[in-house]
Ligand binder design. Structure first.
Ligand code: ZN
Length: 157
């Protein structure tokens, strides 16, 4: 449910492009819509349960958001993180808000597991060919369904 008008998409922004796909119903890895973010299953499923939160409006710096909006956005990061932890039971979670390649605000939440030989390193140190694991269709749909159910169960807004 959208509670307020959204900022216009910015031409050339990859994340605005993804959001347009999600809004059109054409994005397979869509999990759930929250007040401030769309949540998707990320493509690097070597880290099973990895999700990204895409801020609905094209904002580029956390510190430039009005404080109540920044706190509200962070509440959603925590909601998704707790849900991922509950579904995939990782050793720990990594949180990343980078914006170097796509300045539009977004968060990566990566579950890290005991059996990852590179678990002391940031996820980006693992070569793309290794981390960009695509799950089998049935498994992917089941995981998306579990994450969606857990987020909806926990959300209070
Ligand atoms: Zn954008």
């Amino acid at each position: 449910m959208m509670s307020r008008p959204e900022a216009a998409p910015v031409p050339g922004c990859g994340i605005c492009g993804l959001i347009a796909q999600i809004r059109a119903g054409g994005f397979e890895d869509f999990i759930v819509e929250l007040d401030r973010h769309f949540v998707i299953l990320g493509e690097a499923q070597f880290y099973r349960g990895y999700c990204a939160l895409l801020m609905k409006s094209h904002c580029t710096e956390l510190h430039a958001l009005p404080p109540d909006q920044a706190r509200g956005a962070f509440d959603e990061v925590l909601l998704v993180a707790a849900s991922i932890a509950s579904v995939v039971r990782p050793l720990r979670l990594n949180y990343e808000n980078l914006g170097n390649q796509e300045p539009h605000l977004h968060w990566h939440i990566f579950p890290r597991f005991e059996d990852d030989l590179m678990r002391l390193e940031p996820v980006w140190m693992r070569p793309p060919a290794q981390r960009k694991v695509t799950l089998e269709e049935q498994d992917r749909r089941a995981l998306i369904g579990e994450l969606r159910a857990e987020i909806n169960r926990r959300r209070r807004f």
